[in-house]
Design a protein around this ligand. Structure first.
Ligand code: NAD
Ligand code: TYD
Length: 340
């Protein structure tokens, strides 16, 4: 059997690095090219031991760089694209980087993958492309109605990816996952932000009434879902990957505080996010039909995740300095007006 060579764009980010670890553990015979720009969100430290493994080749590069992508993708048979600007709040302040990387970068990857005739091109998309849903669940045929510049960029990329299937019969597949949590998530996102703030008795900035609902998916379950789709997914298809676990933000926050033994008085209401989607919720029948399901309860995964941040202060403290401090002051001006 031919050795499988993965081209993993964005493989030094949160989900990408967990996926690299997953694939290298499950497939002793694989080869992996991690192609990552190392933006503020990308970090070699996320790849831990894997970066020293001779099966992995790390390339620092921008997916918008046609020449470099073309050179580095040669010989790869599976392309998985995690590379993106990913934070909704940052997209509200500055959409340009999102349009550049999430749309134009995807186009560059598609062209190279087409040129090399890859066996699978997997676009890692998001449930946010569907917009917000008050009741019921989004299926893969629900219309896309993105709210933020982030989700609009991801939705645009999805359309481009599908066009390469319909026009060129490129063997693409799109996954749309719900909110991920787990180790190595940047502390700008809800769960790591609130865990690390609570650990240091800092206020937890809750947008609006705290009743927005997200469907939480443990990152390892997401990685298994991607592998399932690579092995058994239909070409040109879309697969939702949901955690089957809806929680309001206040429920998530209480779980964090209770696990860490911290008081609810740390919660601070701050001005709501503009265009804040009220609820995301996914039906995942096509993936479940392929034998996939989340393996553990949310409670257990949350406790493991919180413990990981408790143990890995060395990892997250470095990310909370420098650029992050400036971002934090700009993003949460209300906190400066309220006493700790
Ligand atoms: P992340 O922000 O942690 O990582 C993104 C990675 O992409 C970083 O390593 C960064 O350096 C890299 N990158 C950014 N711009 C690049 C460019 N121009 N060229 C090359 N590399 C670049 O993001 P994440 O949370 O791991 O998300 C990964 C993917 O999964 C994204 O496509 C995102 O839309 C999707 N997704 C995320 C979630 C979630 O809850 N985090 C849920 C559903 C889908
Ligand atoms: P986030 O982790 O940014 O993911 P997304 O916006 O992609 O769903 O936010 C998850 C939820 O938490 C969302 O409803 C916004 C809310 N939130 C806060 O209330 N305060 C915060 O500081 C952050 C970052 C998010």
């Amino acid at each position: 059997m031919k050795i499988r060579t993965y081209f993993i764009a964005g493989g030094a980010g949160f989900i990408g690095s967990n996926y690299v670890r997953h694939v290298m553990a499950k497939r002793p015979d694989c080869r992996v090219v991690v192609f990552d720009k190392l933006t503020y969100a990308g970090n070699r430290a996320n790849l831990e031991d894997e970066i020293m493994d001779e099966r992995l080749r790390f390339v620092q590069g921008d997916i918008c760089d046609r020449f470099l992508v073309d050179r580095e993708m040669r010989g790869c048979d599976v392309v998985v694209n995690f590379a993106a600007e990913t934070h909704v709040d940052r997209s509200i302040h500055n959409p340009s980087a999102f349009i550049q990387t999430d749309i134009l970068g995807t186009h560059v990857l598609l062209d190279a993958a087409r040129k090399y005739g890859v066996k699978r091109y997997v676009q890692i998309s998001t449930d946010e492309v569907y917009g917000s849903i008050e009741e019921g669940l989004f299926t893969e045929t629900s219309p896309i109605q993105p709210s933020s510049p982030y989700s609009a960029s991801k939705a645009s990329a999805d359309l481009l990816v599908l066009s390469y299937w319909r026009t060129y019969q490129m063997p693409v597949v799109i996954t749309r996952a719900s909110n991920n949590f787990g180790p190595f998530q940047h502390p700008e996102k809800l769960i790591p932000l609130f865990v690390t703030n609570a650990m240091d008795d800092k206020p937890l900035p809750m947008y609006g009434d705290g009743l927005n609902v997200r469907d939480w998916l443990y990152v390892e379950d997401h990685c298994r879902g991607i592998e399932t789709v690579i092995e058994a997914g239909e070409k040109g298809a879309i697969y939702n990957i949901g955690g089957m676990c809806e929680k309001t933000n206040i429920e998530v926050t209480r779980k964090i505080l209770e696990t860490l033994g911290k008081p609810e008085s740390l919660i601070r209401r701050v001005t709501d996010r503009p265009g804040h989607d009220r609820r995301y919720a996914l039906a995942c029948e096509p993936l479940v039909a392929l034998g996939w399901r989340p393996l553990e309860s949310w409670e257990v995964r949350m406790e493991q995740t919180i413990q990981w941040y408790v143990d890995r202060r060395d990892w997250w403290e470095a990310l909370r300095s420098g650029e992050f401090e400036e971002y934090y002051r700009r993003q949460y001006p209300d906190l400066a007006k309220q006493p700790d």
